[in-house]
Design a protein around this ligand. Sequence first.
Ligand code: ASP
Length: 357
Amino acid sequence: MRNISRRHFFFRTLGAGAGSLMFPVLTSGRSSSASKGITPLIVTSHANETGRKAMEAGWQVLIEGGNAVDAVEKAANIIELDPEDTTVGYGGLPNEKGVVQLDASFMDGRTYSAGAVACLENIKTPSSVAKLVMQRTDHVLLTGAGALEFAKAWGFREENLLTEKARKIWLRWKEELSPDDDWGPPEHLKDSDRKEAYWNDFPAPEHHYGTTNVLAIDSRGDIAGCTTTSGLSFKLNGRVGDSPIIGAGLYVDNETGAAGATGRGEDVIKSCASYYIVLRMKEGRTPQQACEDALKMIAGKYKKVNPLFYPAEKFVAINRTGETGCAAMKGDRMPEMSVRTAEGFSIYTGPVVFPGK
Ligand code: ASP
């Protein structure tokens, strides 16, 4: 276990899009004034400029006395509506057929209610539809055509979610997928003409992962959370990830805290990872320790099957006293999370639990 007793701030600039903005960066468990009372806060796994904007908007809801559910929705919508973000909502990378299918879940710790949508097409803000499933139905999960019908009944407009950027990334993936299919220029052309010459002008798939989790505590101490995603890029048509599965991509418990997941959803589903993290917090682990526990638990499951397999996951968590945690399984970059409290905006950085894997 990493020593998380160090507490210090330092400033650094964020990457693309952050411009000259300087943010405080928090590198260990957040010092909470929560022992004295309730500490409203809102966090997101998106540690970029859109994440910062989302946190400011969500925070505004909280300081105006709004509830955690509304703050989370406000923040999630900002990330979903960013056309440049290819991992969430509008502009998300499509499935193998070039169709954007979105997954989202919502949970309200105050009422122990949950709602989710899976494989939802043509609606830019699936988190808001998930919230309505939670508040206006006696069900938890709606999928595909049924989810769309429900959204339309509530007045959501159908729109094309596939941006030019996402479409070109998908087309490039399609052409480079396999030498055996018929996508791409004629076979008699040289390999260099068939692929590189054309696609040099278009972006290569940047990643296959990406999702956002938003978790908040309001001034009454109520906790809510949302996870929203376009899922694994180029996934099979109809594939549902962890994000809309309560207990996997998201879990909220008013008495303990909340957790959310991003990364390879299949493992998050099998391990019920967000529920596991909240359970660990209930047993006394800090959010930071609980996130790391979940990653070790998942890696442990593969020890006998394939000891070299470490699925790419990132977890974020908060507890009811306002402590935060974040950790990733592997990767070159330390995992980050945006945090907004009365102390201001900060980036929280957690550890990579299995570096070099
Ligand atoms: N967890 C998401 C899914 O499996 C994808 C991601 O976070 O990258 O659908």
